[in-house]
Write a protein of this length. Structure first.
Length: 211
C-alpha cells in the first residue's frame, strides 16, 4: 500500500510540474553605452577632429597665402599707461611710441594712444608712416655734414665718422639703424632721458641734412 501511495504522489507531482507554466525569463540588461556615442569617440581618436588635423597638415604642406611683409621695420621705444580723470573716476589707456624705417634712408617716429597696447602700437605705426622723412645720405650711407637739433627737452648732435659704424645710445641709435645710416657718432647734449623727445630731436636733425 505504501508503494502505491508513493507512486501516486510521484505521479501527482509530475502532473503538477507539467501543468505549472514556466517562469518568465528576465531579459538581459542592455550594455551601458557612452552618451557621446561612436561619433563622439571617433572625434577623439581619428574621427572628425582627426580629419580636421589632416586637413590642416595638408594646408600647411600646400601654398598658403600669408600676409605680405611690410617694407618698414619698426622698434618700440616707449610704452606707458596714462590716466584721464573723468566724473566717475580715472580712465586708463596706453600710449606707445615707435620708430619705423626701411633702412634705405626713410625713417619716422609715431605716437599712438588706445585702450589696448596692440591697438596703440598700430596707431603709432600709422603715425610714423604719415610723418616719415627722406634722409640725404652719402654713397656710403653716412651723413654729409654735422647737424644738431632740439625738440622739447631733448638735444642731439650728429656728425660723420668714417669707418666707425654707429656710435650712439638711447633712441638715437634706433633711429639711425632704421634709417640705414652708418659711420656716424651722436651725442645727447641734454640731461633729459625722455626717449620720445630724443628720437624726435634726431629726426629733426636728420631732416636738416643737405647733399
Amino acid at each position: 500500500m505504501e508503494d502505491e501511495k508513493d507512486t501516486q504522489s510521484q505521479a501527482g507531482e509530475a502532473m503538477a510540474t507539467e501543468a505549472a507554466p514556466a517562469a518568465p525569463v528576465a531579459p538581459a540588461p542592455e550594455p551601458i553605452r557612452d552618451p557621446r556615442g561612436q561619433q563622439g569617440r571617433g572625434r577623439g581618436r581619428g574621427g572628425d577632429r582627426g580629419g580636421r588635423r589632416e586637413g590642416s597638415r595638408s594646408r600647411k604642406g600646400g601654398k598658403r597665402e600669408g600676409r605680405e611683409r611690410s617694407e618698414f621695420d619698426q622698434r618700440t621705444i616707449l610704452i606707458r599707461r596714462v590716466a584721464r580723470v573723468m566724473a566717475g573716476g580715472r580712465r586708463f589707456s596706453f600710449s606707445a611710441a615707435i620708430v619705423a624705417g626701411d633702412r634705405k634712408g626713410r625713417v619716422g617716429v609715431g605716437l599712438g594712444k588706445a585702450g589696448d597696447t596692440a591697438l596703440a602700437i598700430e596707431k603709432a605705426m600709422r603715425d610714423a608712416k604719415k610723418h616719415m622723412i627722406r634722409v640725404a645720405t652719402t654713397e656710403s650711407m653716412s651723413i654729409p655734414h654735422d647737424v644738431s637739433a632740439k625738440e622739447s627737452s631733448g638735444t642731439v648732435s650728429i656728425r660723420p665718422a668714417p669707418r666707425r659704424g654707429i656710435v650712439a645710445g638711447s633712441s638715437v641709435k634706433i633711429v639711425l639703424e632704421l634709417a640705414g645710416i652708418t659711420d656716424v657718432t651722436a651725442k645727447i647734449l641734454s640731461s633729459s632721458k625722455n626717449k620720445l623727445n630724443i628720437a624726435r630731436a634726431t629726426i629733426k636733425a636728420l631732416a636738416q641734412l643737405k647733399k
